[in-house]
Design a protein around this ligand. Structure first.
Ligand code: GLN
Length: 190
């Protein structure tokens, strides 16, 4: 299984190490030709403006859009969720635009911009997932192709799936829990 982790900026090392703990070799991706023959791709958290700008500079936007539409499994976490969204609310940022979600950046405000909480994610089983939110977005709107995977008690959607694409507002690579990465790999191997 060939898993790539977009390594332009942000928390890519932690995703590579999560994959290693599962026993899957993941490689860093910085250039379009490194996307050849991938079975799955992770877009990490970080700063979405920087990641998107670097994607543009390195010629990754078009190939990533094409691969997402062709069915490549992609997991976007935090800034990665923003990259996948079709729109950022109150912003005219150009994203990859492959998932039918509108996200709000830094959605939890300055007072509580980072927090950790246990949330139920039914597809992962009964045990709640320890979710680490760092200046996280949430899903403000979503279309009919979106399957909601997790929300907060407030109702804010923080994890969702659209066929081959998964977007998570928090940082599963910082939790001591590999279930979300394993869930992603189960989609890759289908
Ligand atoms: N606030 C960041 C952004 O808007 C995302 C933060 C993160 O990835 N932890 O891109």
């Amino acid at each position: 299984m060939k898993i790539g982790v977009l390594a332009l900026q942000g928390a890519f090392v932690e995703h590579i190490s999560a994959m290693q703990q599962i026993g899957v070799e993941a490689r860093t991706i910085r250039l379009p030709n490194q996307l050849d023959n991938l079975d799955g791709l992770i877009i990490p958290g970080g700063e979405s403006t920087s990641i998107l700008q670097l994607m543009q500079s390195f010629g990754l936007v078009r190939p990533l859009r094409e691969l997402a539409k062709a069915g490549l499994p992609i997991l976007g976490t935090c800034a990665g969720m923003i990259c996948l969204a079709r729109k950022v609310s109150d912003h005219d940022m150009e994203t990859l635009g492959v998932m039918d979600i509108v996200v709000k950046r830094n959605a939890f405000g300055r007072q509580i911009d980072s927090f950790e909480t246990d949330i139920p994610i039914p597809i992962l089983g009964e045990k709640p997932f320890h979710a680490v939110f760092i200046r996280a977005p949430f899903v403000a709107e979503f279309g009919s192709r979106i399957e909601v995977l997790a929300g907060l008690p407030s109702g804010d959607v923080v994890a969702c799936r659209q066929e081959n694409l998964i977007a998570i507002a928090f940082h599963p690579e910082l939790a001591d829990d590999l279930r979300l990465h394993s869930y992603f790999l189960s989609i890759v191997s289908q």
